[in-house]
Every structure is written in structure tokens, then in C-alpha cells.
Ligand binder design. Structure first.
Ligand SMILES: [Zn+2]
Ligand SMILES: [Zn+2]
Length: 578
């Protein structure tokens, strides 16, 4: 693939690093650890924003996270000469196609070697064809039984690939962005949009879908097939292509001409039932709908189609066939859904006082850099001993520090706590302390497995406490790891509607709690929300975009979000005492 004098771009370098990682993994033993480093390197290089040539030229590769000296020297070699001494050495040790073939269970390296020597097999497709033709059973050391076992394994593998795990949204984003950048480099490509469940901001993503606009769609497919991290092509046609990447992510690319783009973007984005329902609708004339002014250029093109169907534009996050089509036909879809640009303050931030990574000052500066007007410092309370909860004298020190930092920054620092809801439903810290905070987040961090009745009582008791509190990561779920805990959510929502409380929409991509269907139930009761970051580092302030995505999935409007308010209005709304 690589020629001697050719410089490799970041994608080709990443592919080579990925191949090194796979070969080291096959070697096993202590090479496994090295394999991990190369895998990290591949990911870092594929996702880098700076120009690879500049970074190599400045000899600053090692300043990138996860790249040490050995890795940097291979990256430099690959970029400048198209070759890597490590990769050359490893390739000599293995037959061709080893990376793909070794994914077949039960096929040892020795057997792969034999298959290559006897039948020239270097892909899984060739292996399958040879087994089906009965050629493998003729080989020494194989026989009819192992041929059948091989066929069974291959078909089982195909089945299990279909029900593969889904990626968390932030992970899917990290995979999708370099692909989008790569596709943009294709000849004649004018637009690339991420579609599918990632665009709908679902909690997890099964297939990363992209729609590409070009005069010649077939050229896009060809270009995409050269994307370095592809390890398997599942299906392929003139205009589309489904592949699996080295990390296991599934990607589907659809290429269209400019005329077909709006409809393709709609069909590739919507949930299957949203799309099916739309396609059944007839063009309707005479109905006037305004196109919102805040749409992106691609959304404006989609809006033309919705308009032709006599309905309002439906934002991607709502395209689930949960009443949005009917509402849009009736002109009743809210047009002021919350956006990231509406958020004025970062809520629910941890610092080194509990289990956060950065100081009060670092968090404040990061929030200020993001254009925020305020930030709430909410470290854990004493009951959360595992997270280094803040004791009373530490609290006084933190307040002094907050006052000192406030002298240096414009962003307004608010004194808060993430107070544990203890087993009987009371908040950790006595009332006289709670009353001194600017804001209280009340969360459950222990005893998740109470029965539903006890849990409901615990939360109801907490929500009825006289101080104003924000119910933090409400149902305690950890996506793909821990289900929401058992309780009577509707009853709790009824209580909140009559108490001094709001609900957090937690932006941590592993939480995204509470989930959209409950957000909509809360909205019916006119409960207010806070879209929080639950940040344990400055970088995690970016979680706000995931929180906003989930809020939009729950149809939350700007006026329902407390941290879309100005500093003064927010402080007044969340002040613990009336
Ligand atoms: Zn928490
Ligand atoms: Zn927290």
C-alpha cells in the first residue's frame, strides 16, 4: 500500500499504526501492552486537529496525549517515508491477511499460515468460499469435520455481529468526526453530514451514518473504501457502503447528488417509524408554515420537504414518531427548543475538594473561556466518603478560596454542594449549612437496590425538604451498565411539582439522566430543569452538549431551563431558602 517516497497523511499513518497494534496483539505476551499504545496512537492521530506535517516538523508529537518517544519515531517515519521499520518487521513474521483472518475463532496463526501456503487464502471471504467449495477438507491437518466447524463459526460470527454492542454517544462522535473530515477530502464532495441516531442524539449509537453530496456518488464510495481504519466491508453498492472499523464501530455511508440530498438526509436521520410515516404523507398545498431562522444550511433544505408535506420543520432529535409528526402537521411543535447557545451557566461541577481533577480556579477559567456567565461549584457532601466528600471545615476553606478566585475572574462563582440523599431521605449537612449555599444538587450515591416503595419514599422525603434543591442524576442509571433504580417516577414527579425542587438533566454521556420519556412527563407537570455537566474535570464542561441533546429529545423549551437564565434570575430561582 505504502510507496517509498510518498508522504502519508494522518489517516494513512493511523491505518499503519492500527495494523502494528493488531500484529503486536497477535504476537501476544508482553507485546500486548505495546499493542495498546499503538492503538491509542492510531486514534489520537486520526482525530488530531493540527496538521500532521506541522507537528512532525516542530518535533512536537510527544506533546500529544498518549504519544511517547517510540511511537513518535514510527509516526515520523511513516509520515516522511511511507514506511515503518516496526511494521516491516512484523509483516515478515505473519502471512498476509492475518489481521482479518485471526478474527475467526479457532483459527490459529499456524493454520492461517497453512491456508495461505496451500490455497492462497488472505481474506475471510476467500476462506468462506474455499470451505463452501470443500477445498479445505482436502488439506492435511483439516478434514471434513473442521471444515464444517469453520463454516458454522463463520455464520455464527455473522449473526453475532448483527447484535453487537452500541457505542456511547461521545464515543460515536469521536469515531464519526475523523470520517467526516476524511470524506470532505473526496473529489467533488460538496457536503458531508452525520445522520442516523447520532444526529438524533440518542444515548447510544449502533451504526454511524453519514450522507455525502457529490456530483459523482460512486467516486465517494471508492474514496471511502480507502479510509484506513476499515477492517471489513459488509456491503457495497454504487451509492452506499457499510463497513466495520478496527475498533468495532459500524459505519454506513450514503452518497447522493445535490438534488437527492434533502430526502436522503431525512431518510438516513429519522427513526424507521418516523421515516415510514412521513413517506405515507401526501404533498399538501396551501398550508403556510414559516421556516425557523435558526436552521443550518442542510436543515433549511430538509425544511423544504417538510413544508411540501404541509408541516413545520421537525428538529432531528424529535424524529422518533412520538407525536412530532402530528404536532408538526397541526403547527403545534415548539419552535423554541433549548439549544447549547442558550446555556448561560455551568451547573454541577466538582473540584479537587472532592473527586474532581481540577482546582476551583481552573474550573472557573474553563467556564469563562466557554463564554459562561456563572458556574456552580458543587463538590460531594461528607456521606460520599468514597468521593472525598467535603467536611464542614473544608467547606469554610473552599468558600474562602471561591471568594479569592472570584477576584480574578469575570464568571460568577456560586457556592454549591452535591448533597447526598441519605437512606431515610434527608440531605447530608444540617439545614443551617444548607441554607448558606447558593445552590443545592441532591443526589443518591448509595443503597440503589431498595425496593420500589422504600426508594419512592426516600426521594419524596428528599424533595419535600424545605430548601430548594435540584434532583441530581435522577434515576441513577449508568448507560449499558446499570439500569435506573426502581421507584414510582410519576408519584415523585407529582410531589416535585408541588415542592421547591427542579430536575437535573445530567450531561455526563454515561448518565444522561433523566431519560427523555420522563422529561416529557415532568414537562406536563410544569417542572423546571437544569441542564448540568456533572464535570469532574475542565474538559468535561463540554458535557453540556450531550445534556442539551437529551433535553431536546424530551422536547424541553428554553423557558423551562433554569441555567438558560441570567445570573441574577438563576440565583433567585435556585436559592435554597424562600
Ligand atoms: Zn453524583
Ligand atoms: Zn456529581
Amino acid at each position: 500500500m505504502a510507496t517509498k517516497t510518498k508522504r502519508l497523511d494522518k489517516f494513512a499513518v493511523a491505518a499503519a499504526l492500527q495494523e502494528i497494534a493488531a500484529l503486536l496483539e497477535l504476537k501476544g505476551g508482553t507485546d500486548r501492552f505495546k499493542s495498546h499504545a499503538y492503538q491509542t496512537g492510531a486514534r489520537v492521530i486520526a482525530a488530531m486537529r493540527e496538521d500532521l506535517g506541522d507537528v512532525v516538523g516542530a518535533k512536537s508529537l510527544t506533546s500529544m496525549r498518549g504519544i511517547g518517544n517510540a511511537l513518535a519515531s514510527q509516526i515520523e517515519q511513516l509520515h516522511l517515508t511511507g514506511e515503518s521499520s516496526v511494521l516491516r518487521g512484523l509483516r515478515k513474521d505473519f502471512p498476509p491477511g492475518i489481521v482479518e483472518l485471526s478474527s475467526v475463532p479457532g483459527l490459529s496463526i499456524k493454520k492461517i499460515q497453512m491456508l495461505h501456503e496451500a490455497l492462497g487464502i488472505s481474506t475471510v471471504a476467500q476462506l468462506k468460499a474455499a470451505a463452501e467449495a470443500g477445498r479445505i477438507s482436502e488439506l492435511k491437518g483439516f478434514g471434513p469435520k473442521s471444515e464444517q466447524r469453520l463454516l458454522d463459526t463463520l455464520s455464527e460470527q455473522r449473526r453475532s455481529e448483527k447484535r453487537e454492542r452500541r457505542l456511547h454517544i461521545h464515543h460515536a462522535e469521536r469515531v464519526a468526526e475523523p470520517i467526516r473530515d476524511y470524506l470532505r477530502l473526496g473529489k467533488g464532495v460538496s457536503e458531508v453530514e452525520i445522520a442516523g441516531s447520532l444526529r438524533r442524539r440518542k444515548e447510544t449509537v449502533g451504526v454511524i451514518r453519514l450522507v455525502v453530496v457529490a456530483k459523482k456518488p460512486s467516486a465517494v464510495v471508492k474514496h471511502f473504501l480507502n479510509f484506513p481504519l476499515i477492517i471489513q466491508v459488509v456491503s457495497q453498492s454504487e451509492r452506499s457502503c457499510d463497513v466495520v472499523l478496527a475498533e468495532g464501530a459500524k459505519v454506513s455511508v450514503t452518497a447522493v447528488t445535490p438534488e437527492d440530498f434533502p430526502l436522503a438526509l431525512i431518510t438516513e436521520t429519522g427513526s424507521p417509524s418516523h421515516v415510514a410515516k412521513l413517506l405515507k404523507l401526501k404533498t399538501r398545498r396551501g398550508k403556510k408554515t414559516k421556516t425557523p431562522t435558526t436552521l443550518s444550511p442542510s436543515e433549511v433544505k430538509e425544511a423544504v420537504i417538510y413544508k411540501r408535506l404541509g408541516m413545520q420543520f421537525i428538529p432531528a432529535e424529535l424524529r422518533e414518531d412520538q407525536g412530532e409528526i402530528e404536532a408538526a402537521l397541526a403547527g403545534k411543535l415548539p419552535e423554541d427548543l433549548i439549544t447549547s447557545g442558550d446555556i448561560q451557566g455551568m451547573v454541577h461541577c466538582h473540584t479537587t475538594y472532592s473527586d474532581g481533577k481540577h482546582s476551583v480556579e481552573a474550573m472557573a477559567m474553563a467556564a469563562e473561556a466557554l463564554g459562561m456567565k456563572y458556574i456552580t461549584i458543587t463538590d460531594h457532601s461528607p456521606t460520599a466518603f468514597y468521593a472525598g466528600g467535603v467536611t464542614l471545615d473544608q467547606l469554610q476553606r473552599q468558600w474562602d478560596e471561591i471568594a479569592a478566585v472570584q477576584e480574578k475572574v469575570k464568571v460568577r462563582l456560586l457556592r454549591g454542594t452535591e448533597s447526598d440523599i441519605v437512606a431515610d431521605g434527608h440531605l447530608d449537612y444540617p439545614d443551617r449549612i444548607l441554607e448558606q449555599f447558593d445552590v443545592i444538587v441532591a443526589s443518591i450515591h448509595s443503597r440503589y437496590k431498595m425496593d420500589s416503595e422504600k426508594m419512592t419514599k426516600r426521594i419524596v422525603t428528599a424533595m419535600r425538604q424545605p430548601v430548594f434543591k435540584i434532583w441530581g442524576h435522577a434515576l441513577g442509571r449508568l448507560i449499558e451498565r446499570r439500569p435506573p433504580f426502581e421507584c414510582d417516577v410519576e408519584k415523585i414527579l407529582d410531589v416535585i411539582a408541588e415542592s421547591r425542587a427542579a430536575i437535573e438533566i445530567n450531561g455526563d454521556p454515561f448518565r444522561l439522566d433523566m431519560e427523555p420519556r420522563w422529561i416529557r412527563e415532568a414537562r406536563k407537570r410544569k417542572i423546571k430543569f437544569v441542564i448540568s455537566v456533572d464535570a469532574h474535570s475542565a474538559g468535561a464542561l463540554n458535557n453540556v452538549v450531550y445534556g442539551v441533546g437529551i433535553a431536546r429529545r424530551g422536547w424541553v423549551r428554553k423557558g423551562e431551563v433554569l441555567n438558560a437564565l441570567s445570573t441574577k434570575a438563576f440565583q433567585k430561582a435556585v436559592r435554597p431558602t424562600a
